[in-house]
Design a protein around this ligand. Structure first.
Ligand SMILES: [Zn+2]
Length: 482
């Protein structure tokens, strides 16, 4: 169950504690509010009376209670506050207006070029125009970007797919718009929305996995989004998968006695040819490459292969150079062989074209349509993608140990074709104690990215983890929730 309570709210914090509870748990009876927040029934009665008078909270339907007398549920007045959410993509900005309970009031898409010299200022103009059409119930603006963000409150962005490096999105937008602005990685915004309106109402630790143009992961641990030291946590799209495992160079013919037993350590013995060897532990896989006949294709097995090899010369695999596998697909991050390069929509298209499943101008939609029409080649591509996702996700499960996984994103439209590969590979790869971890697939609509961005603002009054800092405090002040 969710542990939102933390310390019992005192004094001025009681109203925002109650608003926070209603925002994250939905309509709740006064007795349950008192129990959840550790407050006396008299305090709850008094404070909720004030919140009702301020138009923030309203009485809803009655529900039966154990004592016999039905109790009234209290809920937030959904239009007491709205947030503007903007999701920035490589060719447009999706903008939504969202009410306090997550209801999308309006949505629009505006053409946008993030590579333009004045891209951030232009984004400020776009959003300022949208804000001008809203009244004073606007609480703030949330922005989701496909990249790493230093903090929600600061909003400095590194987003290679937009061409942004250390882009001062938060400060520029705040100056242009004049409201609180919160910025975060787009997948984190979906995790924030789930926390408010979805799976987070029943679970405190979960993963939000997105499949589509990219492969992303929002990590929620103990009710808070885990962002990492630099805002870069959850970039599972850049897990190197290199399924062919023919990685370059540097194999040495040390005797078995000298060879360490792990793949990680085996980079060491490559020392006799260190100049040729990539600096990473995966260099050891090269040894496996030479001995492909008897070695497993995994890096782990390569130490054994290194031990088995008897020659003294370093050998480079012809398919590799410079530590990157040339046969592996290029990734937007500049590397090759990342999970996303294989199973992001561009990767799937590349494979489908190479196999003649779709024509040179075929798109992700063409590929999905082929699968729906029963094309076995198309279905095979999704099945392989599902299998690769399953193995990678099992690794994440073992690292984070979530209660549940939520799958969403543009790619879930074709999930039935992914699933045939995903389920067996995912379950087989999981430790026995984790095998039953539930995976929930959520239907996808395009407004969800922007709605997620808005939820950065809407979660501010309920943000016990304090992700939004000063900007969240300003949002709370605008809501009048203390
Ligand atoms: Zn990558």
């Amino acid at each position: 169950m969710v542990n939102l309570q933390g310390p019992v709210p005192r004094g001025d914090l009681v109203p925002s504690g109650i608003v926070g509870l209603l925002g994250t748990q939905g309509p709740t009876a006064r007795t349950d509010i008192a129990r959840a927040l550790g407050l006396s029934p008299a305090t709850v009665t008094q404070v909720t009376k004030d919140l009702i008078a301020r138009g923030l909270v309203e009485e809803l339907e009655s529900v039966p209670s154990k004592g016999g007398r039905p109790s009234r549920l209290l809920g937030l007045v959904r239009d007491a506050g709205v947030a503007l959410g903007a999701k920035v993509t490589a060719d447009h900005v999706a903008v939504v207006t969202v009410e306090l309970d997550g209801t999308v009031r309006s949505s629009t898409e505006i053409e946008y070029d993030p590579a333009a010299g004045d891209a951030i200022e232009r984004l400020g103009q776009i959003l300022a125009k949208q804000v001008a059409e809203l009244d004073d119930t606007l609480l703030g603006v949330g922005v989701g970007v496909p990249g790493a963000v230093d903090s929600q409150a600061s909003g400095v962005v590194d987003a290679p797919t937009l061409g942004w490096q250390a882009a001062r999105v938060g400060p520029v937008l705040r100056a242009a718009i004049g409201t609180p602005v919160l910025v975060d990685n787009d997948v984190n915004t979906l995790a924030a929305a789930e926390r408010l309106y979805g799976i987070g109402r029943d679970h405190s630790s979960y993963l939000v996995i997105t499949i589509g143009r990219g492969i992303g992961c929002g990590i929620v641990v103990d009710g808070g989004i885990y962002r990492g030291a630099n805002g870069g946590a959850g970039e599972i799209g850049h897990i190197p998968v290199w399924p062919t495992a023919t990685i370059s160079a540097g194999a040495t013919g040390r005797s078995r006695g000298d060879a360490p037993s792990s793949a990680t350590a085996s980079a060491g013995p490559a020392g006799s040819s260190r100049g040729d060897a990539p600096p990473s532990a995966t260099a050891s896989a090269a040894a496996a490459g030479r001995n492909r006949g008897d070695a497993s294709s995994s890096g782990t097995a390569s130490a054994g292969a290194a031990g088995r090899s008897s020659g003294g010369a370093a050998v480079s695999s012809p398919t590799t150079s410079g530590g990157l596998a040339e046969g592996e697909p290029p990734c937007t991050c500049g590397s090759t062989g990342c999970l996303e390069a294989h199973i992001g929509s561009a990767g799937l298209q590349r494979t489908a074209r190479a196999r003649g499943v779709i024509g040179p101008r075929g798109t992700a939609v063409t590929l999905l349509r082929a699968a729906i029409n029963g094309d076995t080649g198309a279905r095979q591509i999704f099945e392989e993608a599902g299998s690769m996702l399953g193995r990678a996700l099992a690794g994440v499960i073992h690292t984070v140990d979530p209660e549940v996984v939520v799958l969403m994103g543009e790619g879930v439209d074709g999930w039935e074709f992914w699933e045939t590969g995903f389920e067996p590979s995912f379950r087989r790869s999981l430790l026995p104690a984790r095998k039953a971890v539930p995976v929930v697939v959520e239907p996808w609509t395009e407004v969800q990215w922007a709605r997620g961005a808005a939820s950065l603002v809407l979660s501010s009054p309920f943000d016990s983890a304090g992700n939004g800092g000063e900007q969240s405090r300003l949002v709370r002040a605008r809501l009048g929730a203390g």
